[in-house]
Design a protein around this ligand. Structure first.
Ligand code: CDP
Length: 227
């Protein structure tokens, strides 16, 4: 039996492994995976490169107008591009991580990103991860998961990821960035990070990828009567 045309929303704190799980679910059920955080990171890179944000994260309000001509899209491999340029490596850097949460707290930036997300949502059969997918972007999503993990585990995962990409981060910088982003993301006025009341919570601090996927499959089977 086939899984119905649904939207699966995965939200949670930084580096809880949302995208890893979302990609696995997408592959398993033939869904499209959409990384909403990549779009906020793309807008941040644009703001940095074009001088709309300064070192202390003061944002020039003319960014709003400039967004009208910004072309962000995903290529066939799901990598984020700005115009003709693939910007995947740049958007994952510590520089972008350091300023993405202030940018993502700006209401007109969220509107700009939400418009793209809603466009994708119209297709159905999609797994989207982020901070506000189950609460604000798709409050009617048929399955919502809220992910958490201990700070230590999350910091170590992000640190290892950055090292694997050839960066040379300090573990304490990574911890500081996760804390700052979680704080800003949870305390902003527009669409703050929080668990939707009808979201299933998953703490994967001590879980393997296989256990995690089995947990989700159990949920899907329970909810939709399919494996
Ligand atoms: O990979 P990680 O969980 O660390 O972050 P991400 O998903 O790439 O998101 C980067 C940042 O974008 C977050 O810290 C939020 O500030 C913002 N974001 C958001 O506000 N709303 C979303 N739906 C997704 C990301």
């Amino acid at each position: 039996m086939k899984i119905p045309d649904i939207i699966i929303a995965i939200d949670g704190y930084s580096s809880t492994g949302k995208s890893t799980l979302a990609k696995k679910i997408a592959r398993k059920f033939g869904f499209l995976y959409l990384d909403s955080g990549a779009l906020y990171r793309g807008v941040t890179l644009f703001a940095q490169e074009e001088g709309f944000i300064n070192r202390i994260s003061v944002i020039d309000p003319t960014l709003k107008e400039a967004l009208k001509s910004l072309d962000l899209h995903f290529d066939a491999e799901g990598k984020l591009c700005m115009g003709a340029r693939c910007i995947e490596p740049q958007i994952r850097s510590m520089e972008v991580s350091a300023q993405v949460s202030p940018i993502a707290a700006v209401p007109y930036v969220r509107e700009w990103v939400d418009e793209m997300l809603h466009e994708f949502g119209r297709r159905g059969r999609i797994v989207m991860d982020g901070r506000d997918i189950g609460t604000a972007v798709f409050p009617d999503a048929q399955l919502k998961i809220f992910m958490t993990a201990s700070e230590e585990v999350r910091a170590r995962r992000r640190y290892d990821e950055l090292v694997a990409k050839g960066e040379n981060p300090l573990l304490e910088e990574v911890v500081k960035n996760l804390r700052e982003r979680d704080y800003i993301d949870s305390h902003r006025e527009t669409a703050p990070l929080r668990r939707a009341e009808d979201a299933f919570e998953l703490d994967n601090s001590d879980m393997s990828f296989e256990e995690e996927l089995a947990w989700v499959q159990g949920l899907i089977q329970g909810k939709f009567g399919i494996l």
